[in-house]
Design a protein around this ligand. Structure first.
Ligand code: VAH
Length: 315
């Protein structure tokens, strides 16, 4: 069995579907603190209500399903976390520690936990940000991800736990609506374009951020988790890149297919978060250790996103 915690989130919905394709649907247990909004989203496979802060409930599920892998995705993202720092720290940190302890206690062979480019801060080199560099995150989310990376490395060193992690860039997919992320303008912009609405962007037009199309993020996650343990040299979290673009570049790529699409810019508090993050990532360690290679660039992603969002919703 495989247990996905936070299965109803932006990444969770897609990763659960990808895991159910790769293994048997029945073998992938989706868990989240609330049932999915769209009952169809996780249909067909087992679903369990789980608040990852409820350690006895987590332990009971781990003992019941005896997972060979746990994907722990539940967290508050950057913008949301800034609005509720103490709960964000509790969920992001205690949630991770509950999972790491359960994995050691019940000998779970592998754990996956997502980190983020948010672990970098304003004094980190912004172009081709290295795997090892200055890291002074100034968001609650970034602080929790940096601390979480160090805990993962500690559990690997002290308990031999095979926990693996990726520093995701902004992730863009068509299966879920934008969440509380600073990069989520790049999800919302496609929904507005397909709905024939103009888009008001909460970042400046020339704000470059590292981004990745969801299929690439899913491929990277499964490639990492299936690489031989001896090839994994980074036990904090791997830098992972695919492309970087600005709001005006993604708007231009959409206009190639939708000429009349208009975008206005009204930066808000999320601009400061975006300005503290890198503009591009050096992911040579991931390419060296387990053969990382992205497939989607901006034109290819835009074409695929618009095609999927235009598909009539299957009733
Ligand atoms: C966020 N989408 O914006 C997430 C991600 C790198 C960004 O961590 O918070």
């Amino acid at each position: 069995n495989v247990l996905v915690i936070g299965a109803c989130g932006q990444l969770g919905l897609e990763l659960t579907a990808a895991l159910r394709q790769r293994y048997a649907t029945e073998a992938v247990v989706a868990a989240d603190v609330r049932a999915p909004q769209d009952p169809q989203a996780l249909a067909g496979g087992p679903f369990e209500l789980l608040d990852v802060l409820d350690k006895p409930r987590l332990d009971a599920l781990v003992q019941q399903y005896k997972p060979v892998q746990i994907y722990h995705l539940a967290a508050l993202l950057s913008a949301t976390a800034e609005k509720d720092p103490m709960f964000a720290w509790k969920l992001n940190m205690d949630g991770l520690l509950n999972v790491l302890n359960a994995a050691v206690q019940y000998q779970v062979p592998q754990v996956y936990w997502p980190s983020s480019i948010a672990v970098f801060g304003p004094d980190t080199p912004r172009e081709h940000t290295p795997q090892l560099t200055v890291m002074n995150p100034n968001t609650v989310y970034g602080i929790s991800k940096l601390a979480g990376e160090q805990w993962c490395e500690w559990y690997h060193r002290h308990h031999g736990l095979d926990v693996r992690s990726l520093r995701y860039p902004g992730l863009i997919g068509y299966k879920s609506l934008p969440g509380g992320g600073t990069t989520d303008y790049a999800v919302d912009i496609y929904h507005k374009a397909v709905a024939g609405q103009d888009f008001e962007c909460f970042l400046k037009p020339d704000t470059y951020l590292p981004m990745m199309y969801m299929p690439d993020a899913l491929k990277a996650t499964l490639d990492l988790m299936h690489a031989p343990a001896e090839s994994i040299k980074v036990r904090t979290s791997y830098n992972l890149g695919a492309m970087s673009f600005s709001p005006q570049e993604i708007a231009t790529s959409i206009r190639q297919e939708m000429p009349g699409f208009e975008v206005s810019y009204k930066p808000d508090g999320r601009q400061a978060i975006a300005d503290s993050w890198p503009a591009s990532i050096d992911d040579s360690a991931a390419r060296r250790d387990w053969g990382w290679q992205p497939e989607f660039d901006l034109p290819k992603m835009t074409h695929d996103m618009l095609a999927h969002l235009r598909e009539p919703v299957v009733a």
